[in-house]
Design a protein around this ligand. Structure first.
Ligand SMILES: Cc1ncc(C[n+]2csc(CCOP(=O)(O)OP(=O)(O)O)c2C)c(N)n1
Ligand SMILES: CC(=O)[C@@H](O)[C@H](O)COP(=O)(O)O
Ligand SMILES: [Mg+2]
Length: 642
């Protein structure tokens, strides 16, 4: 594939309506050009590549047949939407994907009227499409108009409970609605579970589409070529009982499987359903993740996500790392614990590589469970594993754990079951932006009675926290750690369980104490060094625990200092709120203590590098220094930021 693609037809497409001027044969060429443009753009920005390449033809066909933005096209997750962005007026900015001030890597309402519903977490598209269909039928009125509603959902995302909740509701409401099931036999990792096997069976039987259509009398819904095949199949079917697909049982008409890379199939099918559908229809398309770009097709994850790369060789341009990633440190520490305790089991919700549990699965296949994109189930499953005498480590990104929150409360915390939550991607994550920020877990975990909540200040601490969690049998426990590489500290040979609810002193100083929870500690230390150079040496401590709080440490710091500042990589309502509550309850504020809490601001921060995002959040060393000077009333305005 060339580095700078020639795109003579694509150059004439500024909005999707332009596609309607081209013949079907020309649409084939546009699809080829769109694929090349997508590869070229992602080579510059990095990002989600494979999923977009797999839906190039589908994107062209949907936009050529339907009338967006009046028709609402809703991409599940949204990680496959780069070709859609190119066709919907954002081509000029496509090489800003996932960068500060640039295009989001997902669909986003504020970005374009062609993104009617934002996403980034999976399995929401059918609910959203149904909502638009119902709003349309009830006379809803929005600027872009309300036409058809089309959800495009992948086979991995289809496995989540939410998708089936929506199918159940849609089948009942019988609204005209289109669900395109984009089946590429991949999630981020190979998909798991019975639904995945079911889908494979659906298309393993070649004449299936004909047989099914004939059996259900849906022949008239199919375009010419299929109709003939179906009639032939009907003859073959005489006397043969064919059961409905799962989707038909849920009230959908089922069409497929069809080849999602063949516009000669996609265009007539979409045109037919657009002209004739009255109720909910599921169109099952078969595609290849990474289609058309060999390095993606051949990658283990089919090019799911990539760093910047060289288009010709496919070689990724990764910056060399100085320390192991937190994820890797967690994975190794867990393996170490698991080697000594055969009750330890691990649970991931479709993120084996992202959580590092792929290593656990390799070593202990029968003790590792990928439950698919099913965080709610994963949490309750872990709760029952704990109830059954196992020691589950439930490894879920902070942002995705939000989806399993009632299960955390109802199934884990209320029953005081010792589930160990390994919360990866805590804090601001960078290019994935606000949807993936691990901002809320401290707030939503630490308010639960009986939940222990820890944050690792560095990778050595993480090893100890894994050991602490393994040893903790008296109720649930959670530890959080960020995306990316560790601080490069000396690693302990082995993790040692920490005393629950005890922090540690880092340096003793005067006047002001900074109490850090999590990996901002390195910024705190930088700030402390800068302040020392000014003659103010702060006390620095690492809280380790947000729940239970180290009361002695906190009350001691409050008693011995004029001011106390807490800092954490989380939103309002987290560690700092618990500290404030303690100080208030103990009457410490009455004694005149100056208290400040540094938390993420009460806004959603758009994508940028994590460093830039923390600058926006006002949580880097310079901000901490400023906070200290402010609280001590030391004049500095203009001086530091000039
Ligand atoms: C609730 C939730 N859990 C996990 C993820 C992480 N994730 C993003 S894409 C993806 C795989 C989706 O697979 P599929 O829907 O088949 O799309 P494909 O990438 O194959 O096109 C996963 C697990 C997510 N975005 N949302
Ligand atoms: C789309 C999605 O949700 C994932 O692919 C996510 O982008 C992975 O993030 P990490 O790169 O932090 O694993
Ligand atoms: Mg898939």
């Amino acid at each position: 594939m060339p580095d700078t693609p020639q795109t003579p037809l694509l150059d004439q497409v500024h909005i999707p309506a332009d596609l309607k001027r081209f013949s079907d044969a020309q649409l084939h060429q546009i699809a080829d050009e769109l694929r090349a443009e997508t590869v070229s753009a992602v080579s510059v920005t990095g990002g989600h590549l494979g999923a977009g390449l797999g839906v190039v033809e589908l994107t062209v066909a949907l936009h050529a047949v339907f009338d967006t933005p009046r028709d609402k096209l809703i991409w599940d997750v949204g990680h496959q939407c780069y070709p859609h962005k190119i066709l919907t007026g954002r081509r000029e900015r496509i090489r800003t994907l996932r960068t500060k001030g640039g295009l989001s890597g997902f669909t986003k309402r504020s970005e374009s009227p062609y993104d009617p519903f934002g996403a980034a977490h999976s399995s929401t598209s059918i609910s959203a499409a149904l909502g638009f269909a119902v709003a349309r039928d009830l006379g809803g009125n929005i600027e872009s108009g309300l036409g058809d509603a089309i959800a495009v959902i992948g086979d991995g995302s289809m496995s989540a409970g939410m998708a089936f909740e929506a199918m159940n509701n849609a089948g009942h409401l019988k609204k005209r609605l289109f669900v395109i099931l984009n089946d590429n036999e991949m999630s981020i990792a190979p998909p798991v579970g019975a639904l995945s096997s079911y889908l494979s069976r659906l298309y393993a039987e070649e004449p299936f589409q004909d047989l099914k259509a004939a059996a259900k009398g849906a022949v008239s819904l199919l375009p010419g070529p299929f109709r003939e095949g179906a009639k032939r199949a009907k003859d073959m079917l005489k006397g043969m009982a064919v059961g409905g697909t799962l989707f038909e049982e849920l009230g959908f008409s089922y069409i497929g499987p069809i080849d999602g890379h063949d516009l000669n199939q996609l265009l007539p099918v979409l045109r037919t359903v657009k002209a004739r559908a009255t109720g909910p229809i599921l169109i099952h398309v078969i595609t290849k993740k990474g289609k058309g770009y060999a390095p993606a097709e051949q990658a283990r994850d089919r090019g799911h996500a990539t760093a910047k790369f060289d288009v010709v060789t496919g070689k990724q341009k990764k910056t060399p790392s100085n320390a192991p990633s937190y994820t890797r440190v967690f994975a190794d520490a867990l393996l170490d614990q698991a080697a000594r305790d055969d009750k330890i089991v691990a649970v991931t919700a479709a993120m084996p590589d992202g959580t590092g549990l792929n290593l656990f699965a390799e070593r202990y296949p029968s003790r590792c469970f990928d439950v698919g994109i099913a965080e709610q189930h994963g949490v309750t499953f872990s709760a029952a594993l704990a109830a059954g005498g196992m020691k589950p480590f439930c490894a879920i990104y902070s942002t995705f754990l939000q989806r399993g929150y009632d299960q955390v409360v109802h199934d884990v915390a209320i029953q005081r079951l010792p589930v160990r939550f390994a919360i990866d991607r805590a804090g601001l994550v960078g290019a994935d932006g606000a949807t993936h920020a691990g901002a809320f877990d401290v707030a939503f975990m630490a308010n639960l009675p009986g939940m222990v909540v820890m944050a690792a200040a560095d990778e050595a601490e993480l090893v100890h926290m894994v050991a602490t969690a393994a040893a903790h049998d008296d109720g649930p426990i959670a530890f959080r750690f960020p995306r990316g590489e560790g601080a490069g500290v000396t690693m302990p040979e082995r993790g040692e369980p920490l005393e629950i609810g005890k922090g540690r002193m880092i340096q003793q100083g005067k006047r002001v104490a900074i109490l850090s929870f999590g990996t901002r500690l390195s910024e705190v230390i930088k700030a402390a060094e800068a302040l020392s150079a000014r003659g103010i040496t702060p006390t620095v401590a690492d809280a380790r625990f947000a729940k239970p709080l180290d009361r002695d440490l906190i009350l001691g710091l409050a008693a011995d200092h004029e001011a106390l500042i807490t800092i954490e990589e989380g939103a309002i309502g987290g560690f700092g709120s618990h500290v404030a509550q303690l100080l208030a309850e103990e009457g410490v504020f009455d004694t005149g203590l100056k208290y400040r809490s540094m938390v993420l601001p009460d806004t959603f921060i758009d994508q940028a590098s994590p460093e830039d995002m923390y600058t926006t959040a006002g949580m880097n060393a310079a901000d901490i220094e400023t906070k200290v000077l402010d609280v001590l009333n030391i004049a500095h305005i203009g001086e530091k930021r000039a």
